[in-house]
Design a protein around this ligand. Structure first.
Ligand SMILES: [Zn+2]
Length: 494
């Protein structure tokens, strides 16, 4: 059943995947506000089935526009994912496959495109991973890309900016806010800490404790698990209120009708749903790749619609370029051409998303992997099935270094019966697995792969290490035996 096919194929037929058109249509919005939240697991939101009540404003916001029920990010890690958001290209193509990389200068990011079209660009950002040194700030003037460790202060700053400068003097604005919460340590300020925990207690969410649970594969009771989820929901409630204040500032100035407002997350969070993992960077699963996605513009985007067709975060850039009347999705270097679909017709209620599959990728460079290999793990989903392909039996190697995140060579999940991807049914449905594998090959054979060197800036590496994104000492990591029931995954390797 295992196939040995090299995915490193030169680009062909990329036009099949590219959306957008080269002529600029008249704009449907004057401004763009993008609010991305780090590590927001979709199913915690009420509008996506969450039951804790931690997201009242976000749920009301979803009612005011289009909510995409099946949106996937292309990598469950901040910088790779946001690079895809802003380039509309897959991680394998832009090469920013890890937070330790730097977005290359030649990439044509959304903020650059909008600045070239005359927009004022401004960013309020709370995660050190997205510091200007990461290269993601291209298109923002240095003083207009602002980092805030305190998110309440960041929100006040953004609200003041909206009150005083946004859209003044007839200019067009692109404003991007990125919140660090609900990213670990699930420790929101004040009352949010205990709001959603049974009995209003404080929960021990020390990252060292959660890492130990993952490393030791501790079996938690339902109550213990709910406690951590409650702490996490408190961070979602905090962000809910921060977003409410920003949108309120737009409403106060009567700007919402002329502004395309997009709300989403860079990726989700496993929250113990796979391999006792409370983090995201190792995960190809829906818990960490399914993202919330809302598009709101009262009076232009019909309210209260739920769109359940498949979309990817690659679709964001071509959509907003058309929506803002900027065009240019196909301009410049064909090698940098956006890959996503233009969802303009979908937002207007005229068409449905036309994706058959959504693709996510997890690049691993792991000297201690089972076969001494490196490569990529892929996840491809349609509406019914989810297929994870790890033919080289690589172990994702994000910290903590003692941890183990096993992924089988092939995994298949029936999303109708098993949306949380708990029961691998690949042995029961080899025909489906073959079809999904064929779809994966068709998708990846159009990609041009690119490899970038890791960042060498010591100060940036130190910050990433503090956030838990850099392995401390590879040599301290134990090696693991493959599951005994499987054939030797290294057999026949070149
Ligand atoms: Zn992130």
């Amino acid at each position: 059943m295992r196939r040995r096919v090299t995915l490193l194929v030169a680009a062909i037929g990329s036009a099949l995947l590219a959306g957008g058109c080269s002529k600029a249509p008249p704009p449907k919005a004057k401004h763009l506000v993008l609010i991305t939240v780090d590590t927001l697991r979709t199913d915690r939101l009420g509008s996506y089935g969450g039951t804790s009540g931690c997201s009242p404003f976000l749920d009301a916001l979803a009612e005011r526009g289009v909510r995409f029920a099946n949106a996937y990010c292309q990598r469950s890690m901040t910088l790779p994912s946001m690079t895809t958001w802003f380039t509309s290209r897959y991680v394998a193509e832009h090469g920013v496959n890890d937070n330790k990389k730097r977005v290359p200068e030649e990439e044509h990011l959304l903020a650059e495109r909008l600045a070239e079209a005359g927009f004022a660009t401004r960013c309020y950002n709370a995660t050190p991973v997205l510091e200007p040194e990461s290269g993601i700030a291209q298109g923002f003037a240095p003083g207009d890309y602002r980092m805030f460790p305190d998110e309440a202060e960041m929100t006040r700053g953004a609200a003041r900016y909206i009150e005083r400068r946004f859209g003044r003097d007839d200019r067009r604005d692109f404003l991007w806010l990125h919140y660090m919460n609900p990213h670990k340590p699930y420790d929101p300020p004040g009352r949010y800490k205990t709001m959603f925990v049974e009995g209003g207690r404080e929960v021990d969410v020390d990252p060292a404790r959660l890492d130990r649970i993952y490393v030791e594969k501790t079996v938690l009771t339902e109550a213990e698990r709910r406690d951590v989820e409650g702490a996490y929901d408190g961070t979602v409630a905090f962000v809910n209120d921060m977003v409410a204040a920003v949108v309120d500032a737009l409403e106060q100035r009567g700007l919402l009708e002329e502004t395309l407002l997009v709300f989403s997350a860079d990726h989700g969070e496993d929250l113990y749903s796979h391999n006792a993992y409370f983090w995201h960077a190792n995960s190809p699963y829906r818990s960490s790749t399914h993202v919330p996605l809302l598009f709101v513009q009262p009076g232009t985007i019909p309210a209260g619609r739920v769109e359940d067709g498949l979309v990817e975060t690659t679709d964001f850039l071509p959509t907003v370029l058309t929506w803002l009347g900027v065009g240019g999705a196909d301009d410049g270097d064909p090698a940098l051409r956006p890959r996503g679909h233009d969802l303009t017709g979908v937002l207007l209620g005229e068409t449905a998303p036309r994706r058959d599959t959504a693709l996510s990728e997890l690049d691993v460079v792991n000297p201690l992997s089972e076969c001494g290999d490196e490569g990529a793990i892929w996840a491809i989903r349609n509406r019914r099935w989810s297929f994870v392909w790890n033919d080289r039996r690589i172990f994702p190697d994000n910290p903590p270094s003692e941890g183990f995140y096993p992924i089988a060579a092939q995994e298949l999940y029936d999303l109708e019966m098993d949306p949380d991807e708990q029961l691998n049914v690949v042995a029961d449905h080899p025909d489906v697995a073959d079809r999904m594998y064929g779809a994966l090959l068709a998708r990846t054979s159009t990609l041009t792969f690119r490899t970038l060197a890791d960042e060498t800036d010591d100060a940036r590496m130190k910050k990433l290490a503090e956030l838990g994104y850099v392995l401390d000492d590879q040599s301290s990591r134990p090696t693991y035996a493959p599951p005994a029931s499987d054939a030797d995954p290294c057999e026949g390797r070149e």
